[in-house]
Write a protein that binds this ligand. Structure first.
Ligand SMILES: Cc1cc2nc3c(=O)[nH]c(=O)nc-3n(C[C@H](O)[C@H](O)[C@H](O)COP(=O)(O)O)c2cc1C
Length: 199
């Protein structure tokens, strides 16, 4: 047992089986670079399929990016309890299956249990939902999670910052996501308005 005052700052990061595994991996890399936050990693079976397919990375590559790695089947893990203090949880990317499970409070694996705990403790839950186009079930599930206090954050790239690479697009989204947790100075530059020609 630990006292709340002594608890380190922790963030739960889950990678599920939607396309865009790079988002979860880049979040872990960024947290490692920033320091000061203990990352707890969860990766679903389908999440691993996409990590291997899209990034050609193995467990040996990804696990060291996190401070603690949990099995998705380990529903007795620390992060399954609200008494284990965290800053919240990011699911990046978030599949429609995991979204549906969170929306319906199923807690059918450690990812959806940790998300359920995050919501019940009124901590920040951010889901980088990824699918296109959406059907009505997807939209209703996103509404339900929003009503419960979660943040639906589809990783839609921005162009106003004139990115010159996919890496820059990913970094921009990751900065906006992490800024939602106010872990330190803002990572994404504030928009200061358009300058230049207007009619
Ligand atoms: C290559 C690949 C890409 C996929 N992309 C998506 C996607 O973008 N969004 C989605 O909701 N599901 C996607 N899926 C399907 C999910 O992986 C599948 O529904 C899985 O059961 C999700 O399980 P999980 O939520 O436990 O990770 C994809 C599957 C594969 C193999």
């Amino acid at each position: 047992m630990e006292t709340r005052a002594a608890a380190p700052r922790r963030l739960i990061v889950a990678i599920t089986g939607a396309t865009g595994a790079i988002y979860g991996v880049r979040i872990l890399e960024t947290l490692r670079r920033l320091g000061g936050v203990e990352s707890h990693l969860l990766i679903s079976s389908a999440g691993w399929l996409n990590i291997q397919h899209e990034l050609q990375l193995s467990k040996e590559d990804v696990h060291p990016l996190a401070d603690v790695v949990h099995s998705v089947r380990d529903v007795g893990a620390s992060i399954a309890s609200g008494s284990f203090a965290t800053e919240g949880m990011i699911v990046a990317p978030c599949s429609m299956r995991t979204l549906a499970s969170v929306a319906h409070g199923l807690s059918d694996n450690l990812i959806t249990r940790a998300a359920d705990v995050t919501l019940k403790e009124r901590r920040r839950l951010v889901l980088l939902v990824r699918e296109t186009p959406f059907n009505l079930a997807h939209l209703r599930n996103m509404t339900a999670v929003t009503e419960m206090g979660g943040v639906i954050f589809p990783p839609v790239p921005a162009f106003y910052n004139q990115p010159s690479s996919i890496d820059e697009m990913v970094d921009h989204t990751v900065a906006r996501v992490l800024d939602l947790f106010a872990l330190g100075p803002a990572l994404s530059p504030a928009w200061t308005g358009l300058r230049g020609t207007q009619d």
